[in-house]
Design a protein around this ligand. Sequence first.
Ligand code: ATP
Ligand code: MG
Length: 219
Amino acid sequence: MSEVIRTEELKKVYANRVQALGGVSLSIKRGEFVGLMGPSGSGKSTLLHIIAGLEKPTEGKAYLLGYDMAELTQDQLALVRQRHVGFVFQFYYLLEDFTVLENLTLVGELAGIKNAETKAREILEYLRLSHRLSHKPSELSGGEQQRVAIGRALMLEPDIILADEPTGNLDLAEGRRIFELFLKLREEKGITFLIATHNEELKGYFDRIYRLKDGLLEV
Ligand SMILES: Nc1ncnc2c1ncn2[C@@H]1O[C@H](COP(=O)(O)OP(=O)(O)OP(=O)(O)O)[C@@H](O)[C@H]1O
Ligand SMILES: [Mg+2]
């Protein structure tokens, strides 16, 4: 199956008032490197959360690797996410009581992979965080926390990475470095990427871009 993400007429209404998505249909194939752009409030995070099964749509369908995300039980959803999806959260959600190294290692240990710590160290080294391994998230800059959140999403070598403004707190040079790492992972491991970003300077990296405006895709 080469289509890995598909949505059909996705709608999301929050609290019966705010329509965040007004009917979004899209399709992404294995190994594609796709951008999701649009102004603040246009629905980017909502769309990524629904595709990842973190929120349910009000109407419409979201399929990830053929799974109808809204139909899975919580346990099934947790397994699909653990096995297949790396999610980079816009607001990081790091574990505050754990060190940088532990934030990554724990993800690997919970999934039962061997050498979780070695892997975590390698990823953190690439992300230039080796000098922060024993720091807690609150002791890091915004950009450093962002890189930890990216590292965590890479721990399980997911099939799909959904990244919500992964470079929002990074300078352009660091943002380019992250995108180049993502592209390398796409080449080497065939990982599929859907990346929400405001950063017009990074748009040249994408194979193609979906643009959202007021919860609808622009054509
Ligand atoms: N939990 C929520 N409850 C109520 N309304 C919400 C909730 N989450 C998002 N919204 C609303 O849905 C709309 C889309 O929000 P969303 O976070 O998806 O936008 P976004 O494109 O990611 O914005 P940004 O670029 O600022 O991150 C906004 O109008 C927002 O107020
Ligand atoms: Mg957002």
